[in-house]
Ligand binder design. Structure first.
Ligand SMILES: Cc1cc2nc3c(=O)[nH]c(=O)nc-3n(C[C@H](O)[C@H](O)[C@H](O)COP(=O)(O)OP(=O)(O)OC[C@H]3O[C@@H](n4cnc5c(N)ncnc54)[C@H](O)[C@@H]3O)c2cc1C
Length: 412
C-alpha cells in the first residue's frame, strides 16, 4: 500500500513511524524547509514552539523513551506574581485567588459530565460567575488564557469542559512537569527512524481523489496516485487546499470553524539568572502585556520565554517595535531584567500554522467531524484529538490514523 503523509509535525512524523513499522510504503511532504512543524528549536538554540510535557502525557513520554531521549524534569515554583504594582511569590499568593481557583475547579468538575451548557457560553462568563474577588478573577484569567493560548472570552465553555476532563484527579505537579530535550532533537530522532526521506518545501495546493489521491503542489509538481493520504496540517492551512471532489459540507465547515489561538513567544537570554537572586524560578505572571514568563534555561544558558496570548499578543506583534515593548515590560518586573538577546516567534503570522494551537470557540465545531476520514483521506493533527492543542494530541491522532489505515488496533 502506498500512503502519502503531508504535514511533518509531531502528528505526521509519528504516523510515518507507525505506518512504516507496519510495512506501509510512505512518502513524506511538508511546506516548510524543515520537519517538526510547531516543534522547533531555532538556530540560536531557542525553543520557538512546544516546550513542556505534562506528567500524564504518556504518549510524549513513551515516544521519548523509544527514541532514546530523556525528558527534562522541571519545576515551576516559586513563581512571581506582579499585579497592579504588587509583587509576591507563589507562597504569598492571595488566599481569595486560591479560593476562586478552587471554586472554578469544583464547578468545572461538577459540570464536566453533565448535559452541556448553552453552546454560546464562554469560559470568561463562567469565570465571572465563579470568581468572587477581582484578584481571583485576574488570576484565573491568567491561568486559563495560558492553557488555551487565547483570551477566555473567545473560548467556548462546552469545548473547555470537554478538555477539562483530562484534568480531573490529576496529582499536584502534573502540569508542565517536564520539558522536551530540545524540539529539534525530537524531530531529528523521529526522522532518523524513518527509511522514507522527507520532501521539504512542498506546499500542497490541490488533492484530486478519483482513483487514489493525486497531490498537486504550489510549484505545479504532482505526485501520486496514493492508496491513502494523511493530511496532518493545521485547519487554517487545510482550508486553503482545493479538493476534487469537494469535501462534504460539514467537514469543510468544521475546518473553517476551527480557530487557532493568537499566541506568540519571545525568547530572552540573560548573562545571569537574576530571578534566582530574587527568590523565583523564572516563572512569572504579570498584568502587563508580557503576561508570563517560563524558565527555558539550558545548562549554563540563562533563558526566559515570554508566552503572550490573545489581544496582547496581537497588539505586540502589530506594534512598530515589539521587542522594545517586551524589554520595557521586563524592566517593570525587575531592574535587573536586561536581556543580552531577545527574539520574537510570531505564530500568528506563521503561514504554515496561522496561529499557535487550536481551541474550541463558542458554538463549537464537532471535533469528531474534523477527525473523520473522507474516503482514502485521513485527517491527523492536534486539532483532531482529545488532547487538542498539545503534542500529546498530535501523537494521539497519529495512532488513530495509523490504525485506520492498517485496520489494526491503536496499540501499534
Ligand atoms: C508557542 C507555542 C507553544 C506551545 N507549547 C506547547 C507545550 O509546551 N506543550 C505542548 O504539548 N504543546 C505545545 N504547543 C502545541 C504543539 O506545538 C502542537 O500541538 C503540536 O506540535 C502540533 O503538531 P501537529 O503535527 O498537529 O501540527 P504541526 O506541528 O503544525 O505540523 C503541521 C505541519 O503541516 C505543514 N503544512 C501546513 N500547511 C501545509 C501545506 N499546505 N502543505 C504541506 N505542508 C503543510 C506545516 O509546515 C507543519 O510542519 C505549543 C505551540 C506553540 C505555537
Amino acid at each position: 500500500m502506498k500512503v502519502a503523509i503531508v504535514g511533518l509535525g509531531a502528528a505526521g512524523l509519528r504516523a510515518a513511524m507507525l505506518l512504516e513499522r507496519q510495512g506501509v510504503d510512505i512518502t513524506l511532504f511538508d511546506a516548510r524547509s524543515r520537519g517538526g512543524g510547531r516543534l522547533c528549536t531555532t538556530d540560536q538554540g531557542d525553543e520557538g514552539g512546544a516546550e513542556w510535557i505534562d506528567g500524564d502525557h504518556v504518549r510524549c513520554l513513551s515516544l521519548l523513551e523509544g527514541l532514546g531521549l530523556s525528558p527534562i524534569p522541571d519545576a515551576n515554583e516559586p513563581y512571581l506574581v506582579a499585579y497592579k504594582g504588587e509583587r509576591l511569590l507563589s507562597a504569598e499568593l492571595w488566599p481569595e485567588a486560591l479560593e476562586d481557583a478552587g471554586r472554578v475547579h469544583e464547578e468545572a468538575a461538577a459540570l464536566c459530565y453533565d448535559p452541556p451548557p448553552a453552546a454560546d457560553a464562554t469560559l470568561s462568563s463562567f469565570l465571572d460567575r465563579h470568581c468572587r474577588s477581582e484578584r481571583g478573577r485576574w488570576w484565573n484569567e491568567a491561568q486559563w488564557r495560558s492553557d488555551e493560548g487565547e483570551d477566555t472570552n473567545r473560548i467556548g465553555l462546552n469545548g473547555w469542559l470537554a478538555g477539562y476532563r483530562h484534568y480531573l484527579g490529576r496529582p499536584e505537579g502534573t502540569m508542565s512537569a517536564y520539558r522536551f530535550p530540545g524540539a529539534n532533537a525530537v524531530t531529528d530522532a523521529m526522522l532518523a527512524r524513518l527509511n522514507a526521506k522527507p520532501n521539504l518545501s512542498h506546499s500542497l495546493a490541490r488533492v484530486a481523489s478519483e482513483s487514489g489521491s493525486t497531490l498537486e503542489f504550489a510549484s505545479g509538481e504532482t505526485s501520486g496516485p496514493y492508496d491513502a493520504l494523511v493530511l496532518a496540517i493545521p485547519p487554517p492551512c487545510l482550508g486553503q487546499i482545493a479538493f476534487e471532489p469537494e469535501l462534504p459540507p460539514e467537514t469543510a465547515a468544521a475546518i473553517r470553524r476551527c480557530p487557532m489561538g493568537r499566541t506568540i513567544k519571545v525568547s530572552f537570554e540573560f548573562a545571569e539568572p537574576f530571578w534566582e537572586d530574587e527568590g523565583w524560578h523564572g516563572h512569572m505572571f504579570t498584568d502587563g502585556p508580557l503576561q508570563q514568563t517560563w524558565n527555558s534555561s539550558i545548562g549554563r544558558r540563562h533563558l526566559l520565554s515570554a508566552y503572550i496570548c490573545g489581544n496582547d499578543a496581537e497588539s505586540v506583534v502589530r506594534s512598530p517595535d515589539p521587542i522594545a515593548i517586551v524589554r520595557g515590560e521586563l524592566l517593570r518586573i525587575s531592574a535587573r531584567a536586561r536581556p543580552v538577546r531577545a527574539v520574537l516567534h510570531d505564530w500568528i503570522s506563521d503561514p504554515w500554522s496561522r496561529g499557535a494551537f487550536s481551541y474550541t470557540p463558542v458554538n463549537p465545531v464537532d471535533r469528531s467531524v474534523l477527525a473523520a476520514r473522507e474516503g482514502s483521506i485521513h485527517f491527523a493533527g492536534e486539532h483532531t484529538a482529545s488532547w487538542m492543542g498539545f503534542v500529546e494530541g498530535a501523537l494521539e491522532s497519529a495512532e488513530r490514523v495509523a490504525a485506520e489505515i492498517t485496520r489494526t488496533g491503536p496499540a501499534l
